[in-house]
Ligand binder design. Structure first.
Ligand code: ADP
Length: 261
C-alpha cells in the first residue's frame, strides 16, 4: 500500500477534525470479502475520490460510511462516535448529517419534483408535517431555490417521470442539498451518463459541496479524480492500494489499480 498524504487529518499540523475514522474494517458478504482490513481517516471539508475497478468495494465503503451497512469486523467512527455503539435513535442525528447520492437516484417518479426534493428533509420534519406536505407542499421556497441552484428552476411542479435522466439526476442532487448535510457521499454518480453530462455533474457536486462540506465520490473511471478532487483513494479487491494527492498518483499506480490479474 502506498500512502502519500501531505497533510493527514490526524496530524497535529492538520487542524480539521476527522469526520470518518475506520479502524481495521472488514465487510464480508458470506464468502465474498468486499472490504478487508481498511484503515482510513477523512477530515472535514476534504474532497475525496474513491477509485478502482468494478467490484473493488467502493459502494460497500460508501454504505459503511453512511451507516446503512455495518462492518463484519473493525470500527467505523463518524464525527468521533463509533456507529456500532449507538442505538438506531442515537445514530439518526449523525446520519442526518450525511447525504448520499445513489446511482439509481431513488426518486418517486409519480410524484412532482418538489415532493422528491422535500424527501431530503423528512429526517428533520415531524410525521405530521411530512404528511401535510404530501398534499400541500411545505417550505416551497427552499426547494425552489435549491432546484435553481442545480439549474432547472422551472421543473418544481412537474411530475418527476417526465424529466430527462440528466434532470432527474439534478433533482436527486437537490434532494441531498436541502438536507444540508455536512458530508455528501456519491456512489458512481456518472456511471451511466455521457461525457458532457459527466463533467457538468462533477462540476455541480464540487461547486455545491463548497468549502466546508466533505465530499466523497466513488468513480469507476479515474479522469475526474484528478481534475475535481484533492485526495484520491485507490481500492482494489477490497483493499487500500493507495491514498494520495492527485499529483502524486503515477501511471504505475493506476496500472496496478486496474490491472487485469
Ligand atoms: P464496487 O462498488 O467497487 O463495484 P461493491 O462494493 O459493489 O464494489 O462490491 C464489492 C464486492 O462485494 C463484489 O464482489 C460484490 O459482488 C460484492 N457485494 C457487494 N454487495 C453485496 C451483497 N449485498 N451481497 C453479496 N455480495 C455483495
Amino acid at each position: 500500500m502506498i500512502t502519500i498524504q501531505e497533510k493527514l487529518p490526524g496530524d497535529s499540523s492538520a487542524p480539521n477534525p476527522a469526520v470518518f475514522r475506520l479502524r481495521n474494517v472488514s465487510c464480508h458478504f458470506e464468502s465474498i470479502e468486499a472490504i478487508t482490513g481498511l484503515n482510513l481517516e477523512i477530515g472535514r471539508g476534504e474532497k475525496v475520490a474513491l477509485v478502482g475497478p468494478s467490484g473493488a468495494g467502493k459502494s460497500t465503503l460508501i454504505r459503511l460510511l453512511n451507516g446503512s451497512l455495518a462492518p463484519t469486523q473493525g470500527d467505523v467512527e463518524v464525527f468521533g462516535r463509533s456507529l456500532a455503539r449507538l442505538s438506531a435513535r442515537q445514530r439518526r442525528p449523525i446520519q442526518r448529517q450525511i447525504g448520499t447520492l445513489y446511482q439509481q437516484f431513488h426518486l418517486v417518479n409519480n410524484l412532482a419534483v418538489i415532493h422528491n426534493i422535500n424527501a431530503g428533509r423528512l429526517g428533520s420534519w415531524s410525521l405530521l408535517k411530512a404528511m401535510v406536505s404530501l398534499i400541500w407542499p411545505l417550505e416551497t421556497q427552499i426547494a425552489a431555490e435549491t432546484l435553481a441552484q442545480v439549474g432547472i428552476p422551472e421543473k418544481l411542479y412537474e411530475r418527476t417521470a417526465t424529466l430527462s435522466g440528466g434532470q432527474q439526476q439534478r433533482v436527486a442532487i437537490a434532494r441531498v442539498l436541502v438536507q444540508n448535510p455536512d458530508v455528501i457521499l456519491a456512489d458512481e454518480p456518472i456511471a451511466s451518463i455521457d461525457p458532457e453530462r459527466s463533467r457538468e455533474m462533477m462540476n455541480l457536486l464540487r461547486d455545491l459541496s463548497g468549502k466546508g462540506k466533505t465530499l466523497i465520490v466513488s468513480l469507476h473511471a479515474i479522469e475526474f479524480a484528478f481534475s475535481h478532487f484533492d485526495r484520491i483513494i485507490g481500492l482494489r479487491a477490497g483493499r487500500l492500494l493507495f491514498d494520495a494527492v492527485p499529483r502524486e498518483v503515477t501511471p504505475a499506480m493506476i496500472q496496478a489499480l486496474y490491472r487485469l490479474t
